[in-house]
Write a protein that binds this ligand. Structure first.
Ligand code: UDP
Ligand code: MG
Length: 338
């Protein structure tokens, strides 16, 4: 099998017009040198509002290896990655960011490991370049998730990775809405290898992840892979009851034997406020799980495909229109899965 696989490089892009020419150049150069094939360069346009889609369409018209899946609106990075996995046709799939923070030149190293028999090969950051506060947050997150979840989530592993076809199929079969792909990838199992790769600075344009989205991704990681926060409520409850019983015993002892009545209105007020706060926090935690159950049971698709562009072919799944007179190989349906 060595050297004869068909690789898909899948890239989610959202308003990346400024990076696109460089991204296309570097990624196509890597594809040119790869043995095997025909390889595929799959872009998922996540509802860009700039010239990204037009640039991609032009690129697809001149390079038959390029496929563009345009989503109907901005569904978010993880949904775009999910769309890419559903659409990728290769024997192995590389997921890569579109801002050149993941250097395409690392892909041959991923392939080497793949041919050695690894099903998942992921990049591990050599050194984080973020500020001290963000780095501390990342460290706290990885510590929390390793303590709370049953799966071993490799530290500082990003989304940049190569997945074998069977892993992609298993991920496509995971129906959950809140997708934390790094976690799901680790959950699948098989042989996995982390390769240290320097993460470059964004080539140009604005990062789309702000602090709020980073936190929401971290929450997805914790709440999708752990019910420890729920257990924490029970543990805290039991501890409080135990402490209260001990305190009650002490006060009875103090009253009967030492003739001292319990005092302290301030202590009472503070402890009531404290436990009201604790209860509200755990109500919030339960609410988080309930909200997630609600979103899961709705079973809404994670994304909607507007069109799939392959060469001069344009397939619009929701209208069942196939423009340019060519027959597309892609099945219909709002999700255009295959
Ligand atoms: N992205 C996307 N949809 C979004 C936000 C981002 O497809 O809603 C893409 C983006 O174009 C880039 C990748 O996801 O290719 C990673 O985004 P970004 O570089 O902003 O994330 P960061 O590097 O800050 O984690
Ligand atoms: Mg980035």
């Amino acid at each position: 099998m060595a050297g004869h696989c068909k690789l898909t490089i899948a890239v989610p892009v959202y308003n990346e017009e400024s990076v696109l020419p460089l991204l296309l150049g570097r990624t196509r150069a890597v594809l040119d040198d790869l043995p095997g094939g025909p390889h595929e360069l799959l872009f998922v346009d996540d509802g860009s509002r700039d010239e990204t889609l037009a640039l991609l369409r032009a690129a697809a018209a001149e390079d038959p290896r390029i496929t563009v899946v345009a989503l109907a609106r901005n569904f978010g990075h993880q949904a775009a990655l999910t769309a890419a996995l559903a659409q990728a046709a290769g024997d192995a799939v590389v997921l890569m960011d579109g801002d050149l923070q993941d250097s395409p030149e690392a892909i041959p190293r991923f392939l080497e490991a793949y041919h050695e028999g690894y099903d998942v090969v992921y990049a591990v950051r050599v050194k984080r370049k973020e500020g001290l506060v963000l780095r501390a947050c990342y460290a706290l997150f990885y510590w929390l998730i390793s303590k709370m979840s049953g799966i071993r989530l490799p530290r500082d592993a990003g989304d940049f990775c190569l997945l074998s076809r069977r892993v992609v199929d298993h991920l496509n079969g995971a129906p959950e809405r809140h997708r934390y792909l790094r976690g799901l990838r680790a959950w699948v199992g098989f042989r996995q290898l982390g390769i240290p790769i320097e993460r470059e600075a964004r080539a140009s344009g604005q990062p789309k992840y702000n602090l709020r989205r980073l936190f929401s991704l971290a929450f997805d990681g914790i709440f999708s892979f752990s019910i420890v926060p729920l257990r924490a409520a029970a543990v805290l409850g039991f501890s409080t009851v135990a402490i209260s019983i001990a305190a009650a015993g002490f006060f009875v002892y103090a009253k009967l034997l030492l003739q001292r009545s319990p005092q302290g209105f301030t202590a009472l007020a503070v402890s009531i406020a404290f436990f009201a706060g604790v209860q509200l926090i755990f109500l919030g935690v339960i609410g988080e799980y309930v909200g997630r159950i609600y979103e899961e049971v709705k079973r809404r698709p994670l994304y909607v495909v507007d069109q799939v562009i392959r060469g001069a072919d344009l397939w619009m799944p929701n209208t069942h229109k196939n423009i340019a007179g060519c027959t597309s190989s892609i099945g219909g349906g709002a999700l255009a899965n295959r």
